[in-house]
Design a protein around this ligand. Structure first.
Ligand code: AP5
Length: 183
């Protein structure tokens, strides 16, 4: 059973929602770099304050900081894991590959949640997180297209990518993910 996973997709696609459900049902560790960064921001640390400025503009936090957070967590997990929101660019994907080679835990499956921009903007405006205003959402979508979407081809070429339609009820999307992962 595949249990070293990555959920990929634009902001608002439902990565966090689906990753939560999946990890609860199958006992995997959910590693969301967005959540981990927001924890750092809430702690009021100097790093958190610096990250908040970047996140509130919809830009990417620097790779070294994100990598150090992920590395610390991955090194201490004894069960399967699910990455959500990481990697976010080719550099992070290469670093992840090096890290996973080192700990001998190769990535086994990538789920791409696909959905049109118009639905995403509506969903995120309704959610209303600090970085969910129209201008910042448009920037997050731009960054996704420029920096993150090249990872789709990377994982497709490795033969581990499964594509899921994200514009459906939460339980329907969840069933599609389970099916794609052979659960
Ligand atoms: P992050 O927290 O990762 O945000 P994101 O990728 O923009 O993703 P979202 O959380 O907005 O969307 P999601 O796909 O998880 O959808 P969700 O399930 O929440 O990153 C935030 C920021 O942190 C980045 O901009 C960056 O600055 C920084 N960052 C994070 N990782 C980084 C990294 N690796 N490198 C550098 N910087 C990084 O759902 C969204 C809404 O839709 C919710 O309200 C939900 O209830 C609703 N919803 C979900 N599914 C459905 C459905 N099927 N039908 C109807 N509504 C639905």
């Amino acid at each position: 059973m595949k249990n070293k996973l990555l959920f990929l997709g634009p902001p608002g696609a439902g990565k966090g929602t689906q990753a939560n459900l999946f990890c609860k049902k199958y006992g995997l560790e959910h590693l969301s770099t967005g959540d981990l960064l927001r924890d750092e921001v809430s702690s009021g640390s100097a790093l958190g304050n610096k990250a908040a400025e970047v996140m509130n503009k919809g830009e990417l936090v620097n790779d070294e900081l994100v990598l150090s957070i992920v590395e610390r967590r991955l090194n201490n997990i004894n069960k399967g894991w699910l990455l959500d929101g990481f990697p976010r660019n080719v550099n992070q994907a290469n670093s992840l590959k090096n890290l996973l080679d080192k700990i001998n835990q190769p990535l086994e499956g990538v789920i791409l949640i696909k959905i049109a921009d118009a639905y995403l903007i509506k969903r995120l405006l309704e959610r209303g997180r600090k970085d969910d205003n129209e201008q910042v959402i448009i920037n997050r979508l731009k960054i996704y297209r420029e920096k993150t979407s090249p990872l789709i081809d990377l994982y497709r070429k490795q033969g581990i990518l499964e594509e899921i339609e994200g514009n459906a009820d939460i339980d329907v999307v969840f069933s599609s993910i389970e099916k794609a992962l052979g659960r």
